[in-house]
Design a protein around this ligand. Structure first.
Ligand code: UDP
Ligand code: MG
Length: 210
């Protein structure tokens, strides 16, 4: 093994961690095993795992509720679908303002995430953040590609969800970037809950086999 393998930059890539959470619909539908199986088969390693009933404070800390840009983004994701279907958001939601719609989606999210147990995990491996995010697929189930978790196991639309006054149920959460992953991991896990161990395929997946 090259001594460069121990370089901190290489080790950081090798042991990149992301936060993944089965949402209440995913848990209730019995999809936790399926999602964990996909993660494991990709060669990634679950290094922390637990089922909890999330508190309101945990959900409000997990999602950047105070970040107006994020709230507006939630509104925009839904509004785009109204436009595509040539539906007037104002007629159905009483407003076409992205901030107002985003705020209402954010509040729906707090209820959704407390509607049943969630399964929290830290997933580790080369480029884990991007790798898991690609497996998870697009936020909006009807836009998620087949082969992704959301594409294969969910079918919700923001138009229907917004009109029903609830969040989009899309099975699983995964961090998008390193800062978000670190923030989310710190909310759901203590450092002593992370277990360092070797998975069976580790030498084959991550080492030279010839
Ligand atoms: N969400 C929603 N309506 C929307 C956009 C998002 O209910 O129009 C919910 C959905 O459950 C999503 C969560 O809010 O997973 C967080 O949104 P984000 O934009 O961070 O998407 P994600 O990172 O989960 O793909
Ligand atoms: Mg997100």
């Amino acid at each position: 093994m090259s001594d460069k393998m121990n370089h901190p930059a290489i080790q950081a890539i090798r042991h990149e961690q992301t936060y993944v959470m089965m949402k209440p619909d995913g848990v209730k539908r019995g999809l936790t095993g399926e999602v964990m199986s996909r993660i494991s088969k990709a060669g990634l390693k679950v290094v922390a795992l637990k089922m909890v009933k999330a508190t309101e404070d945990q959900i409000r800390a997990h999602y950047p509720m105070q970040d107006q840009e994020w709230v507006d983004g939630l509104g925009e994701k839904g509004l785009g679908t109204f436009e595509k279907l040539q539906l007037d958001a104002k007629e159905f939601l009483g407003t076409d303002n992205k901030s107002e719609i985003g705020r209402s989606v954010a509040e729906g999210l707090v209820d959704y995430m407390q509607s049943g147990p969630v399964v929290c995990m830290i997933v580790e491996g080369i480029g884990a953040i991007e790798a898991v995010r690609k497996m998870v697929g697009h936020t909006l189930p009807f836009k998620a590609e087949p082969g992704t978790i959301r594409g294969d196991f969910s079918v919700d639309s923001p138009v229907v969800a917004n009109v029903e006054g609830r969040a989009i149920q899309n099975v699983v959460h995964a961090s998008v970037v390193a800062d978000e992953a670190a923030h989310e991991i710190s909310i759901w896990f203590n450092e002593d809950e992370v277990i360092n161990y070797k998975i069976a395929g580790e030498d084959i997946m991550y080492g030279k086999i010839y």
